[in-house]
Design a protein around this ligand. Structure first.
Ligand code: SAH
Length: 235
């Protein structure tokens, strides 16, 4: 079933209304008709199996047949903070893959060695919306504004597991944990930019309770390390 997005404001009881850009896509691209079934997600974790009851020039009104809470969502809430990249399309790719893998939020990170390459959070939010629909999940991952490492470390107390992927760690680092035991709910994983994290930054992370995790002896690109970390955490 095709998936469409409807913000919570468009949903009331067992009816919902799709309008704006999503309606244009539904009516003119997907050429949906009254009586057609579709899956509607609210971006907050709810999916509504629905049937179109009425279409007019500007919106489609649907009847909700079944509501699915936490539809296709992982139990673990993982926030990925990744150094922004010189080539903005690589960060586009990272946001899209992270969304497919079930990330809860993406924090574009400014650190000592990041090279500001353009790319804006609004653009990445739109990519995350499209990826949510494409992969059929129901949470629209939050893409934060560009955040410095210092600011992120300052608020890292709210996570019950904090990991920093570090290629230099070698033997000292632990392999990516599989926090499936229920005790861990909220994970923050950091991945550095092309130039990596400085020794000073790693020490700051360690001082803030981060554990270094090692993804093997090869030097992975930021987007590869991000995807690998998420795939290992959210499996
Ligand atoms: N400048 C570094 C490479 C940085 S790679 C160097 O030349 O060695 C970008 C980021 O990906 C790193 O900051 C780290 O967070 C992550 N990363 C890359 N390879 C990794 C590995 N084998 N283990 C853990 N993290 C890795």
């Amino acid at each position: 079933m095709d998936t469409f997005y409807c913000p919570p404001s468009g949903i009331s009881g067992d009816t919902l209304e799709i309008s704006g850009g999503e309606f244009a896509h539904l009516a003119h691209v997907m050429r949906k008709k009254e009586g057609d079934a579709l899956m509607v997600v609210d971006g907050r974790g709810n999916a509504y199996a629905s049937v179109i009851s009425e279409i007019d020039k500007r919106s489609a009104r649907c009847r909700v047949v079944k509501t699915h809470p936490r539809f296709n969502e992982p139990d673990l809430r993982v926030t990925l903070a990744a150094g922004i990249l010189k080539n903005p399309s690589k960060f586009d790719f990272l946001v899209e893959k992270a969304t497919e893998l079930g990330v809860h939020a993406v924090v574009p990170l400014k650190s000592e060695r990041t090279i500001p390459g353009g790319g804006k959070s609004d653009r990445w939010r739109k990519l995350a919306l499209a990826a949510m629909k494409q992969c059929g999940r129901s949470v629209w991952p939050e893409v934060r504004e560009l955040t410095t490492l210092g600011a992120l470390l300052g608020e890292s107390g709210t996570y019950d597991l904090k990991l920093v992927a570090h290629e230099r760690a070698g033997g000292e680092a632990m392999p990516m944990p599989r926090p499936g035991d229920g005790a861990v709910k909220n994970v923050l994983v950091l991945v550095g930019p092309e130039g990596g994290f400085s020794g000073e930054e790693i020490s700051l992370c360690r001082g803030s309770g981060f554990e270094t995790v090692y993804l093997g002896p090869r030097r992975l690109r930021t987007e590869t390390a991000a995807i690998a970390s998420l795939a290992l955490l959210l499996r």
